[in-house]
Ligand binder design. Sequence first.
Ligand code: G6Q
Length: 545
Amino acid sequence: MASDRKSVLNAMMAHQKRLADTSMRKLFAGDSQRFRKYSATCGSMLLDYSKNRIDEQAMAALFDLARAAGVEARRDAMWAGEPINVTEGRSVMHMALRYGGTEPVKVDSKDVMPQVREVLSRMKKFVGQVRDGSIKGATGEPFTDIVNIGIGGSDLGPAMVTAALEPYTRKNLRAHYVSNVDGAHMHDTLKRLDPKTTLFIVASKTFTTDETMTNAHSARAWLAKALGEKAVGDHFAAVSTNLEACASFGISEDRIFGFWDWVGGRYSVWSSIGLPVALAVGYDNFALFLKGAAAMDSHFLTVPLEENFPVIMGLLGIWYRNAWGFATHAVLPYDQRMSRFAAYLQQQDMESNGKSVMLDGMPVDYDTGPVVWGEPGTNGQHAFYQLIHQGTSVIPCDFLVASNPHEEMGQHHQKLVANCLAQSEALMLGKTGDEVETELKAAGLKPAAIKALKPHKIFPGNRPSNTLLYRKLDPATLGMLIALYEHKVFVQGTIWNINSFDQWGVELGKQLAKAILPKVSGEDRGNGHDSSTSGLLAHYHRLRS
Ligand code: G6Q
């Protein structure tokens, strides 16, 4: 961290020391305005961050940190198309993909908006034609199933969004996602499908990713076996920056949807990588999804830091990671349809900020990205929340909940909301020894039983959380939420002075897998590995023989 950054960081540490023994219970009791002070709105979305271990001075120190780290300047540099992804020499312009304004948006002094709009309008046409049945399979039947073949950024975003927007999908056009090179994934997906009515989308920025290409070739063989080689063109589309490789796979030009190297894989759901989403929910809903993200972009770009959702959430994450030493962060949507949200954010956050060198290549001497994890509530409550409430690690949480469900079913939604609010309240308040004792006495327990049980029933409390409350998980709201977390990760990466846009850490395993494959297949019986890897290979061959 640069030295000015370091001194502001030290100031932040001093506030941690000051607040180390202050409970949030006490802070709430002493300030009736606490919710008002520590909440913000973006459209109708509310961010309540009052249940955090903060006070005015600590927040001021955090905003100072954001300023000293140059968050605003770097944000503006990103939007100006500067190649802030320095190790790959690339701009980071996913915001252009959802920009709805009329100003030019430049990368390398070229306005990229005409090409963005051109691809969107081709997507719109294709989506309309598939959905109205005017584009058909080789036997003249309309498509009923879409299989997206991609991995990482070419899978997690669209898969998560499709699941989240289930109420906007149609029964007669189902989207499936195959990512894993484990043949079981493709096998179990195809098992239920009819080749005559199946459309495959091969989604790969590079069109070289081994898992995706292996899956694409298997899908192609399945289709060609049933309908003949000639049918491939009718049943495949592609999304890529590598247009030549798509063409040589046999995909016709009008079925290839491009995007650009200034769109990082994990930021690509807004590009043509979103094609399966648009097919599943309709182009108009996809456009609303982009619009929601654009609203969050505009908030991030223009609202003062003190009111800025991604800045506030990013700073609180830094506060807990660096000043308090909390190593993980849980994201807990009270929405079953967001079951893939945490998995999506794991890539978003951990691939972006799981770094240990700064932009100049020097090692960091502070912690960077936390482990991000989560599951939808209320399921998590009956599983891992025990540890969040009473475990030895403090885990800051984000709770996400809508005021309105898509389906009003009796009291379901009220119960869902009540549980969500109860959890953040319980985490903050905890339950003291005295409170436990009073409860147990009232339940008629004898003093000896009370003494034995009391320590087990105490909740330490003072466990931090944010709550995001929005009207409904509609396409625009989902777009806002994703963009919010993208920018939060950006804020943190800027403060940590790391490159949030490369992912060299995924390379070594890929390289070694290539080298080990001939040893697994038996083509090469040589050794040359550590004794563990050699031992595993030997046992593998014994089991196979
Ligand atoms: C994301 C990463 C990575 C990438 C996949 C798939 O930011 O770059 O997850 O999306 O490795 O890559 P392709 O789209 O090139 O197949």
